[in-house]
Design a protein around this ligand. Structure first.
Ligand code: BT5
Length: 324
């Protein structure tokens, strides 16, 4: 936390819920009024609700809701998922902590959650923007007794659960872009990263990392993401309780995971296809070595994407970036 921020919080605390003018704050922290405005905007993007009234100044209405253990667990309707929660305000990546905990042998369903990640991870060493208090950054440890090659199915399962959780908590219509993106109005609001600890054909643990943009404003995203990313707040116009979304996501995950262990991938696959954005359309898949353009036919029982090119040849896509 910067010294400026400390001073700003001091000034606002002293006002004790009353208005304090921009000029007074500026004098207190020793900066311009424009800088004050900028810092207030930063506070807002972190989930503080700040009222600004002309000629009166600023007033803090509420501090951000957190997603600590008790906030998540109060009202959580699951049996195992999220019964153990490891919460930290700031982490490098919740994936990293989850890997450590998985190695230490923690129970299935253990959840790692943070308010902020300073080096959040996407796939293929890409980074995931995870600002403080405005999104959900969490990693779930599962220990399914399934063959290693079926583990990618869990990414698709998680995507369905998260899409359902968005429907449970907003009026939005989420869509899934294979394999791991959830879009609202064609913009990415969720990314999922599944990693595995396994030896030969035995899974020790599957770590499902879920990043959800919840209460960010457009300007909270780095410029290069503003065109393609969005948040539930931007799309719905409403501030959304992150702990409620987490509770719904964990509930949906548990229900689908139970179904999956009992009946296999088929029911999950059907649900997944009902949310899929580009089935039947021509899309472009960039793999490490190659680019395939073709009509998306669907996914196989292994969770592999099938693309039919213009010569009628069907390609199996195991891992790629998709342009729609
Ligand atoms: C993903 O990768 O979409 C997986 C993201 C998983 C993030 C979660 S958060 C909790 C857990 N802990 C972690 O460290 N990670 C997981 P990929 O398909 O490779 O997409 C990454 C790309 O999405 C980046 O290269 C950016 O272009 C874009 N991106 C980065 N941050 C974003 C954000 N907050 N919202 C939307 N798009 C973003």
């Amino acid at each position: 936390q910067s010294e400026l921020r400390t001073k700003l919080m001091e000034a606002l605390s002293k006002a004790d819920g009353a208005f304090i003018s921009g000029q007074e704050i500026a004098e207190y922290i020793g900066c311009s009024r424009t800088a004050v405005w900028k810092h207030i905007e930063d506070l807002r993007s972190e989930g503080y609700r700040v009222e600004a009234v002309r000629k009166k100044g600023y007033r803090i209405i509420s501090a951000p809701e957190k997603v600590s253990e008790s906030e998540i667990q109060l009202g959580l309707e699951t049996r195992t998922i999220g019964k153990m929660i490891h919460y930290q305000e700031t982490v490098e990546s919740t994936q990293k902590i989850a890997h450590q905990l998985a190695n230490e042998g923690v129970q299935e369903g253990t959840l790692v959650v943070a308010e902020e990640q300073i080096s959040g991870k996407g796939r293929l060493m890409r980074s995931w923007h995870s600002p403080k208090y405005s999104g959900i950054w969490m990693s779930l440890i599962l220990r399914p007794k399934i063959p290693v090659h079926e583990a990618p199915q869990l990414t698709l399962l998680a995507a369905v659960a998260v899409a359902q959780a968005i429907e449970d908590t907003t009026a939005l219509k989420p869509q899934i872009k294979w394999p791991n993106d959830i879009l609202v109005n064609r913009k990415k609001v969720v990314g999922i990263l599944t990693e595995m600890q396994a030896e030969s054909d035995r899974i020790h643990s599957v770590i499902i990392g879920i990043g959800m943009n919840i209460n960010q404003q457009l300007e909270d995203f780095p410029e290069e993401l503003q065109e393609k990313a969005s948040s539930l707040l931007i799309e719905s116009g409403e501030t959304i309780s992150r702990s409620t979304v987490i509770q719904r996501a964990l509930y949906r995950l548990e229900k689908l995971y139970d179904l999956y262990l009992k009946e296999g991938f088929k029911p999950i696959k059907d649900l997944w296809e009902s949310y899929a954005i580009s089935l039947g359309q021509v899309i472009r898949a960039s793999t490490v070595n190659d680019t395939i353009v073709g009509k998306a036919l669907g996914i196989t029982d292994a969770g592999v994407l099938l693309l039919e090119d213009d010569k009628g040849k069907v390609h199996s896509v195991y891992s790629a970036d998709i342009e729609i």
